[in-house]
Design a protein around this ligand. Structure first.
Ligand SMILES: NC(=O)c1ccc[n+]([C@@H]2O[C@H](COP(=O)([O-])OP(=O)(O)OC[C@H]3O[C@@H](n4cnc5c(N)ncnc54)[C@H](OP(=O)(O)O)[C@@H]3O)[C@@H](O)[C@H]2O)c1
Length: 357
């Protein structure tokens, strides 16, 4: 590993501390190195707070002039935001060299930050540990490049591909370690999304309980507004942001009652098949500045997202059980090839992560 790679990996570790706290901003860590010694470190800690570079400068107790700045993302140069741009500060502090992993795809930055640094006579090295940086900020990069959130389907299933014994009742398949993993995922994603039947059959809480972390926003796709007002997601809507996405024809009386309970309602136009178009759903999440969404079921929802090609990643938590008869994870679909990214043991379960080819 080169010295540049070593320091940038440390930037990644700092950046990760902002997970679940900085969205829709990227995860960024920064190190200031002089005479081969780290003299300052910082990370973007909270949305609206100081950027990683600023925090690293604040951490320095000595003269920074002539030092190197390591930062996993291109420093920002645009004015129209909550905090001042970092590039002028880096120039002012007389930094000699800036080493970064990824350019910022935000069109207001997109190489302009690097250009301004170079014009000021600073040596800028880009693309170090680029693939790792891509992975770290895949939510942010997806949102900036494609104007939609990063979409992960999380499916708990038996080895014969069933997600429950029957549609109208919950079947707990996976173990404690997988439960902790799912809660960790929820704490990292901006939103979790389920269909109306899953709320009816499972009465899930869709919050973070088994690990420390913040709750995601809950999204329920419910075209006919059939969700019970006694469901736990409704009863806790004042504590955890909860959206119901429904069609224009939904009952205004029920809408009013749900809104009184703290539920946020978003109406969509029927595209002719009695359904809300998933592109409309994804567009809405993007509009709400959610850069990641974890799709948690059930079958109808999983099937539609895959059918429409609207996913980046599928995580299968496979329990060591054969259900025999039961509800398959997916309804009818055309064939599709995926790439296996990882396969790990999760207690007695298997955790398989796939991406699109
Ligand atoms: N093992 C797992 O990972 C897992 C996870 C979650 C759920 N489950 C299981 O899955 C089962 C439920 O699956 P499911 O397929 O019956 O239900 P579902 O996918 O949770 O919900 C389907 C319902 O949601 C509404 N909906 C879905 N897409 C819509 C769209 N595009 N526009 C408008 N409304 C939409 C519709 O409600 P209306 O028909 O009222 O319009 C539809 O009937 C349960 O047994 C549950 O235990 C398993």
């Amino acid at each position: 590993m080169t010295l540049h790679e070593k320091y940038l990996k440390q930037c990644f570790e700092l950046a990760i501390r902002g997970r679940g706290r900085v969205s829709p901003n990227p995860l960024v860590g920064a190190l200031i190195v002089k005479n081969n010694m780290i003299i300052g470190k910082g990370w973007h800690e909270v949305y609206g707070g100081a950027h990683a570079e600023v925090n690293a400068f604040l951490d320095v107790k000595e003269d920074v002039s002539g030092a190197d700045l390591y930062c996993n993302l291109e420093p920002c140069c645009h004015e129209k935001k909550q905090t001042p741009p970092c590039v002028p500060l880096i120039i002012l502090k007389k930094i000699k060299r800036v080493i970064i992993s990824n350019l910022d795809p935000n069109p207001q930055v997109a190489g302009k930050g690097v250009e301004m640094l170079r014009q000021a006579g600073i040596n800028v090295i880009t693309g170090v540990c680029e693939a790792d940086g891509e992975l770290l900020n895949r939510f942010y990069f997806t949102s900036q490049r494609f104007q939609r959130p990063f979409i992960t389907l999380k499916i708990a299933q038996s080895i014969d591909g069933k997600i429950s014994r029957s549609r109208d009742r919950q079947t707990w398949l996976t173990g404690e370690e997988s439960a902790r993993y799912v809660h960790q995922l929820r704490s990292e994603f901006d939103a979790v999304l389920v269909g109306a039947n899953t709320v009816t059959s499972d009465d899930p809480q869709l919050n973070v309980r088994h690990v420390a972390g913040r709750n995601p926003q809950r999204i329920i796709v419910d075209g006919r507004l059939s969700v019970s007002e006694n469901a736990r997601v409704i009863g806790t809507a004042l504590d955890q942001p909860t959206w119901i996405l429904t069609l224009d024809a939904a009952s205004p009386i029920k809408i009013e009652r749900l809104q009184k309970a703290g539920v946020r309602i978003r109406m969509f136009t029927d595209r002719g098949n009695g359904q809300i178009g998933l592109l409309d759903v994804i567009g809405f999440l993007h509009q709400q500045r959610m850069i990641s969404v974890l799709i948690e079921g059930g079958q109808a929802i999983f099937t539609q997202f895959i059918q429409d090609g609207l996913f980046d990643e599928i995580i299968i938590l496979q329990a060591p059980v054969v259900l025999g008869s039961g509800l398959p994870a997916l309804g009818e679909l055309e064939s599709l090839n995926l790439r296996l990214l990882s396969s790990l043991k999760s207690g007695n379960d298997l955790r398989l992560v796939y991406s699109r080819v």
